[in-house]
Design a protein around this ligand. Structure first.
Ligand SMILES: Nc1nc2c(ncn2[C@@H]2O[C@H](COP(=O)(O)OP(=O)(O)OP(=O)(O)O)[C@@H](O)[C@H]2O)c(=O)[nH]1
Ligand SMILES: [Mg+2]
Ligand SMILES: [Zn+2]
Length: 304
């Protein structure tokens, strides 16, 4: 029988199949081969009736896998930033977007705490509104963006439609509101089905184990993880080469093949179509700066 691993605790895996969740052990052969089942894995299992644990017999091919947190088959990253408190850091946002591109997932940029831009008569409100405007200018041309605020359901409804059928994972700096967003998405779902789960009322408490919450029978779900937060690029994609980076910025990728030199790094080469697009405003300056910074980081890694 086929199922999906929702969580793993102390050598046991909780596998959902249909409406049931089975507590499973992994077949011994996995340990010998140093294969470890990950949260999010699709598996074949053998149901053992009675009190005994069921058995995971096979791990199906993975779309992607992450080491920290140890998860597999993320379909979509919800890269999350707050428009204020904490102030958005485009360098981190871009790093997370690149990580998602490298993993081959869909990406949605979630701009949270939009309520902080309500009171533009105050300087904090004005600053938040400015940040929001700036973030929209930078990212709307490149990625789908949703605006969220915990005092309104509209953004969450839109977000839920956008992730339909996908297992999504939240990524973003500490304090931007990832847990709050997760709770909203799950709570509303539970309300719809008429059951309120105690488990989802977690608020600020720190998540210690990765867990996948499935929201329907069509695979819509959210990974709750101890953080796709402070990734170093070297961590996520040890195999990522400097040359790969140009493919992970969609607005750069779409202009490849037009530079004078085939091996153009788009830094200071003459006849560079990417630099020209930056000059003409077709590629955002901030995004291009992130490209240069990440390129430098990857080139440093390769030196060692
Ligand atoms: N004003 C405002 N505050 C929010 C909103 N969403 C979350 N917060 C607050 O922001 C703080 C941090 O929210 P969390 O959901 O814990 O943030 P997190 O990203 O999970 O943080 P870590 O677990 O540390 O990575 C909490 O005090 C929330 O109440 C929002 O839409 N508006
Ligand atoms: Mg949290
Ligand atoms: Zn170039």
């Amino acid at each position: 029988m086929r199922g999906r691993i929702m969580k793993g605790i102390a050598g046991f895996y909780y596998v959902k199949s249909g409406e049931s969740v089975y507590r499973c052990k992994a077949r011994g052969i996995f340990k010998q081969q140093e294969i470890k089942p990950a949260v999010g894995d699709f598996v074949e299992m053998e149901i053992i009736e009675g009190n005994d644990d069921s058995l995971i017999t096979e791990i199906l091919p993975r779309r992607n896998v992450f080491i920290r947190p140890f998860t597999a088959n993320v379909d979509c990253f919800l890269v999350t930033a707050a428009i204020s408190r904490p102030a958005p850091v485009t360098a981190l946002i871009d790093k997370l977007l690149v990580m998602a591109e490298a993993a081959g997932t869909d990406v949605i940029l979630c701009l949270n705490k939009c309520d902080l831009a309500d009171h533009t008569e105050k300087s904090a409100g004005r600053k938040a509104a400015e940040n929001l405007k700036r973030l929209l200018e930078i990212y709307e041309p490149v990625y789908p963006v949703v605006l969220l605020r915990q005092d309104d359901t509209e953004g969450f409804e839109k977000l839920r439609e956008m992730i339909h059928g996908k297992a999504a994972a939240l990524a973003g700096a500490s304090g931007v509101g990832k847990s709050t967003i997760l709770n909203h998405l799950l709570e509303d779902e539970h309300m719809e089905t008429g059951t309120i789960s105690e488990k989802t009322q977690r608020g600020r408490h720190t998540t210690r184990h990765a867990e996948l919450f499935l929201m329907d029978d069509e695979g819509t779900g959210i990974f709750d993880t101890p953080g796709f937060t402070s990734f170093a690029l070297s961590d996520t994609a040890a195999q990522l080469e400097p040359e790969d980076l140009q493919h992970l910025f969609p607005e750069i990728a779409s202009r490849l093949g037009h530079c004078r030199y085939d091996n153009c790094r788009h830094v200071a080469e003459p006849g560079c179509a990417v630099k020209q697009a930056v000059e003409e405003g077709g590629i955002g300056r901030i995004r291009y700066d992130s490209y240069l910074a990440l390129l430098k980081e990857l080139e440093e890694i390769r030196k060692y």
